[in-house]
Design a protein around this ligand. Structure first.
Ligand code: NAG
Length: 397
């Protein structure tokens, strides 16, 4: 038996209790069986195993005072600057009323809650045009992963306003079994490569928007305006993707997702001219408006937009009345987008995170900077920091 394997088996033993507590092996997709019976479990579950061997240190956050900290932000503040070993912050059940930021110099944090219905981080902020700044939870650092936790923005002024639950600036950021709850701009998926797996995303206007390069795998998307539900509004917008140049590598890809809701919605309205969005093998309920896509912010420039629906099912998946513009994805580009490894996981960062992984043994962390990371960093320089966001944001629906 190799030394490496023995160390790993030892780690497995030590983690047995944690594994049992977290029930991590029953990977929980939050979808109605009706919707998802179209696809096999094997197809939907990409990372069925669980490995946590590369965790270096654990910090416990507990509101009742039985952990290291009562506030999540205090736990984050305790992580050393320029951290380079995975640190797990476990957040016990409770509603944490906090606005939280993972600053750029605190990479390699793994945040784990007690289930998305039990551990909730919420705050109320929004309204003006500095959209990303209002987020309840923002990630500026690279290499972050969260699991089993909900982020919520409860800013509910008389009219619907921009109020994100999260703003993501970091590269190599993943969320598993998490919830994102808001009305407008809920998931401000700004920049970097991101994976969302088995997550629940709720909102009404542009509620998955930004310049992110992201795969949404097996997520439930609920179009609903929360406390505004009893008012009469037009159709909402699920996505507002912001790819600006034909060379930019970003876009949103939805695979095996379930789209439901209490309001009608467009699959998206492009936020920039080269906006790229794909829905693949997803269930679309009857809330999707027949034309599918709204010209949004690029009216008259739909010629460069690229959106696609591939093998979707459900009453909202009928494409016979879809708009004619925006069908610019070439087959090779579509293949690149649909393969998670070529689109976001070029340097195997997904497997290197201390989370569900296809391998039994964790791979040792490699800290080299890939060309993709460099490219994303250059792109990020156009959007300098969470405190100075130069872009005007989509207005109200
Ligand atoms: C979507 O939101 C509505 C309104 O809040 C709620 O009744 C419904 O259960 C949600 N759907 C899912 C799948 O969670």
């Amino acid at each position: 038996m190799s030394v490496f394997l023995s160390i790993w088996l030892f780690a497995l033993g030590a983690l047995a209790t944690v594994r049992a507590q977290n029930n991590a092996l029953s990977f929980n997709f939050d979808q109605s069986s009706e919707a998802m019976s179209h696809f096999s479990n094997r197809e939907r579950t990409r990372f069925p195993m669980f490995a946590e061997g590369s965790i270096y240190h654990v910090i416990v956050v507990d509101q009742s005072g039985h952990g290291h900290f009562r506030k999540l932000q205090h736990a984050i503040d305790s992580v050393p600057r320029d951290n380079h070993k995975w640190i797990k912050i476990q957040v016990r059940a409770g509603i944490y009323s906090e606005k939280v930021e993972i600053p750029i110099d605190k990479p390699y944090i793994s945040l784990v809650g007690d289930g998305r219905h039990n551990t909730v981080i919420q705050w109320s902020d929004g309204g003006g045009s500095a959209t990303p700044d209002y987020a309840t939870f923002s990630v500026s650092a690279d290499n972050f992963v969260a699991r089993r936790i909900t982020f919520k923005n409860i800013f509910y002024p008389p009219t619907i306003s921009q109020a994100p639950a999260v703003s993501l600036y970091g590269d190599k950021v993943a969320f598993y079994d998490c919830g994102f709850i808001g009305v407008q701009d809920t998931l401000t998926d700004l920049l970097g490569r991101h994976l969302f797996e088995g997550c629940y995303i709720e909102g009404y206007i542009d509620f998955i928007w930004g310049y992110g390069q992201s795969v949404y795998h097996g997520c439930t998307i609920n179009v609903t305006s929360g406390p505004y539900n009893d008012r009469i509004y037009g159709a909402g917008y699920i996505t507002a993707q912001g790819r600006e140049n034909i060379e930019d590598s970003n876009g949103f890809v939805f695979k095996y997702c379930t789209v439901v809701g209490t309001a009608f919605a467009y699959l998206g309205r492009p936020y920039q001219r080269y906006s790229r969005v794909v829905f693949y093998k997803s269930y679309l309920s009857d809330i999707i408006v027949p034309s599918g896509w709204n010209p949004g912010f690029v009216a008259g420039h739909g010629g460069s937009v690229a959106h696609a629906e591939v093998d979707c099912v459900g009453p909202g998946s009928d494409t016979s009345q879809r708009v004619k513009w925006g069908r610019n994805l070439k087959p090779n580009e579509l293949n690149l987008l649909l393969n998670t490894n070529t689109f976001i996981n070029q340097d195997n960062w997904v497997e290197n995170q201390p989370l569900p992984t296809r391998r039994m043994a964790p791979k040792l962390l490699t800290l080299r900077t890939s060309t993709t990371t460099k490219k994303i960093r250059r792109q990020r320089q156009r959007i300098p920091s969470s405190r100075s966001f130069p872009y005007a944001h989509p207005g109200k629906g």
